[in-house]
Write a protein that binds this ligand. Structure first.
Ligand code: AMP
Length: 204
């Protein structure tokens, strides 16, 4: 199965991606996670991307396309993959089409005002788990026990830029994949399990 997850920041892509990849045994490829890992390790890529990400802007297409092309060439992607946070522009989608063909573009939709609530209460763990402070006030991760952190780009100014980047550059992908005949819209304004059930029905 070759799956693209679309949706605004805060729509729940990361959470659903983890569940989909567990159930269907797919590698979870998140360009955001790969970039953040490079920032943590202080690589040249991380140093180049940090300021852009912190401002909530998009990293140049050629940089993320190269990351994804490399990652998809590894053995664990031979029979399928899930892309979370890529593509984010039409140019990225066209680049992906030139070396791989996605079978599903799952678009998780959610009302704008809920996005802000979700993002500003988000608490992350290095292991990939994420929580909302209202339902998980504890400062540590239930899965691995590590201390949770707030993403550097989950502040008001960066979030405004990320939502703008989404509207301008990423939202047009919905039409792009509708025309390609692989778009599936999923209402993300529900519980984690409720949204996952709908996605499972599509993929089963
Ligand atoms: P995410 O974790 O998907 O929300 O991504 C965090 C940040 O990483 C984004 O706000 C961008 O700055 C950068 N980023 C991740 N994926 C991409 C992409 N496909 N194209 C451009 N920038 C990206």
């Amino acid at each position: 199965m070759k799956i693209i997850l679309l949706g605004a920041p805060g729509a729940g892509k990361g959470t659903q991606a983890t569940k989909i990849c567990e159930k269907y045994n797919l590698p979870h490829i998140s360009t955001g996670d790969i970039l953040r890992d490079n920032i943590r390790r202080g690589t040249p890529l991380g140093q180049q991307a940090k300021a852009i990400i912190d401002r909530g802007e998009l990293v140049p297409d050629e940089v993320v396309v190269a990351i994804v092309k490399d990652r998809l060439s590894l053995d664990d992607c031979k029979s399928g993959w899930l892309l979370d946070g890529f593509p984010r522009t039409i140019a990225q989608a066209k680049a992906l089409d030139s070396f791989e063909k996605a079978e599903y573009a799952i678009n998780i939709t959610i009302p704008f005002e809920k996005l802000l609530y979700r993002i500003t209460g988000r608490r992350m763990c290095e292991c990939g788990e994420s929580y909302h402070v209202s339902t998980h006030p504890s400062p540590t991760c239930d899965k691995c026990g590590k201390t949770l952190y707030i993403r550097a780009d989950d502040n008001e100014e960066s979030v405004a830029n990320r939502l703008k980047a989404y509207e301008q550059s990423t939202a047009p992908l919905v039409d792009y994949y509708a025309e390609a005949g692989i778009l599936k819209n999923v209402d993300g304004d529900s519980t984690v399990d409720g949204v996952f059930e709908i996605i499972s029905e599509i993929l089963d």
